[in-house]
Design a binder for this molecule. Sequence first.
Ligand code: NAI
Ligand code: MG
Length: 350
Amino acid sequence: MSHHIVIIPGDGIGVEITAVARQVLEKTAAKAGLALTFEEKPAGGTAIDKMGVPLPEETLAAARQADAVLLGAVGGPAWDQVAPELRPERAILGLRKALGLYANLRPVKVSPALADYSPLKPELVAGVDILIVRELNGGIYYGEKGSEKDRAWDTEVYSAMEVERIVAVACQAAKVRRGKVTSVDKANVLATSRLWRQTAGTVAAKFTDINLDHLYVDNCAMQLVLAPRQFDVIVTSNLFGDILSDEAAVLTGSIGLLPSASIGDGTGLYEPIHGSAPDIAGRGIANPIGTVLSAAMLLRHSLGEDEAACRVEQAVEAVLKDGYRTADLYRPGFTKVSTMEMGRQILDRL
Ligand code: NAI
Ligand code: MG
């Protein structure tokens, strides 16, 4: 069986890092006897320049039909002045909406080779391996909003169905991890959180071997820096997940290392958590690892190729252990490599 992958390089470093990830997918596929086909499509600022819109119809149609989408990043100062409905970020929101992507998966794993790159003490972060599952399609970002001259409001609405499906994603993920799910809410003050807490309990009870606990979001923010190793899977709302996932991301030492997956009803979307890094774009120095690990998530979640995904993750770990570093992680005594050279080192170990 053949799988079709749409690659959206986007803007800035997106072009350089998706090129590396594509090579990694090609080599992994060849080794595993998988048939993959690729198609590159425009989105973001480059699409605005060429076609007048951030998310061209042909890109959306290709994404809908694909088995998975791998995206670099979109945006940059060149498009900061365009009208709000034409901004490059619209491409990502448009894709999320069109593909029904309601679950955002953000793994935060501290590589043993990089424990002393964290702003926290190595003994606190060594062994950290967290998966944050953020609800992506509802909550306060999508509720009714309004403003008057000196008053403004946003409303948070969650239905039981929306909570059920995201908690089910978290429990499913925990089953093949350490079996622990921490549901994060603010049930002492928010009605949506009380529904969230109750629903999470009902859903988790249907899974065997899942240990569910609940934490208030303020406490969770504190625990993430006090004792991050206590967490396995964290599941939370759109707003809380946005904030907690960025907080957790800094535990690893570089934004260039972290992957993400957005999954739901349709095609899954995979992208590094960072942006288009206009300050270093076009210089061949960006760290491609976040995108390569996003490709591993693609293999696992959209193609069901867990073994191939593990092989990619092991190759990345081996390169870091052997001392190869892109500029964002470089320190004297290590081997400084370009984006492409980092890619070649990963390919070698596959
Ligand atoms: P950014 O993530 O692009 O960059 C922040 C800092 O991290 C910069 O110093 C950059 O050089 C560095 N960095 C990021 N990725 C790196 C990598 N792979 N290797 C080495 N260094 C890396 O965030 P920023 O500067 O706030 O945004 C730049 C543009 O990207 C903006 O237009 C923003 O809207 C867009 N953006 C797009 C996202 C997406 O496509 N999903 C997400 C975040 C921002
Ligand atoms: Mg954010």
